[in-house]
Design a protein around this ligand. Structure first.
Ligand code: SAM
Length: 292
């Protein structure tokens, strides 16, 4: 059972059928986090799904949808007509307000629905014959023991031939794989010093954060609470490598249609040479298109 849901009611559906999707204006965007998801993330998802998946007729699921900005962009900018977002948090509940502020959008399109799930809760019983699943910067946060069951469950959600587009950035062993770059600018610092030193560096951080790295949860936590939240997220990272993920995806029954490992061009510190393979240390991002 979903823990909470956000889905359009019949009144909204009739209204949208009569008047169309509410008007919106991308020129109003002022928040860099919003811009990055509304443009870059949505463009990349679309580029990887297109032309195999026709967003105008496809049924999609976004696993780890967060605040749902990317889903909204896929509907408004690329004409997607059915995207269901699931997440263990409820950041998507902010989307109506965020979309009003950033786009002047009076109501969310009926193409969007969201639900909160318990970690690892199976979805395939309620979501079947999907054309595509997508997941953006999420699989590095899933607990290790849940990875294979979740991949198997997402495989079961898809129709035969359906696809799963997955993006992970930054991968754990890459220079900023700690996800702590908002506070710590030294590449690979998380592999060079212990957790106490990392936490002290975060606590000592003063000043503003890169706006593109600050999500809409910041306002809930405040500056100090956000430091704790981000550090706890670091501690919970599953430290997955690209090879491990591909192996798990194959075990879950997927075949790999397309794969891209993006590498960074930075000198590996002497202290890490010989401790980790260079191709793991330099692999910052993984883009995958899997097929059932
Ligand atoms: C870095 S955020 C990315 C959110 C969103 N995809 C985006 O691009 O903004 C990672 C998301 O994964 C979600 N998440 C972590 N573990 C999960 C799980 N087992 N099932 C579903 N969502 C999960 C988190 O709650 C969080 O919203």
């Amino acid at each position: 059972m979903p823990l909470a849901q956000l889905k359009p009611n019949w009144r909204q559906r009739i209204l949208e059928r009569l008047r169309g999707v509410a008007p919106w204006n991308a020129a109003r965007i002022s928040d860099e986090w919003f811009r990055a998801h509304f443009t870059y993330a949505a463009d990349l998802v679309h580029a990887w799904l297109h032309p195999g998946v026709d967003l105008r007729s496809a049924r999609l699921l976004n696993f780890g949808c967060g605040d749902g900005i990317t889903d909204l962009a896929l509907v408004l900018r690329y004409g997607a007509t059915a995207i269901h977002g699931v997440d263990i948090r409820r950041e998507y509940a902010k989307l109506p307000r965020i979309a009003r502020e950033q786009l002047g959008l009076a109501r969310l399109p009926c193409a969007l629905s969201f639900e909160t799930i318990a970690p690892g809760a199976p979805l395939a019983g309620r979501h079947k014959d999907l054309d595509a699943v997508l997941s953006w910067s999420t699989f590095e946060h899933v607990q290790r023991a849940q990875l294979l069951p979740i991949l198997r469950d997402l495989h079961a959600c898809l129709r035969p031939g359906g696809v799963f587009f997955m993006q992970i950035e930054p991968l754990f062993y890459s220079p900023f794989g700690s996800h702590l770059r908002r506070y710590i600018e030294t590449p690979w610092q998380h592999l060079l010093v212990d957790e106490d030193a990392l936490w002290q560096a975060i606590q000592a951080h003063q000043g503003t954060l890169d706006a593109a790295e600050v999500d809409f949860g910041f306002a809930d936590f405040g500056a100090q609470g956000y430091k704790k939240f981000v550090f706890d997220e670091y501690l919970a990272l599953n430290r997955l490598t690209a090879d491990e993920l591909l192996d798990l995806a194959t075990q879950a029954g997927f075949s790999v249609l397309r794969e891209e490992r993006r590498m960074v061009d930075l000198p590996i510190p002497a202290a890490l040479q010989g401790r980790y393979p260079p191709e793991v240390l330099l692999n910052n991002e993984l883009l995958l298109l899997l097929q059932k």
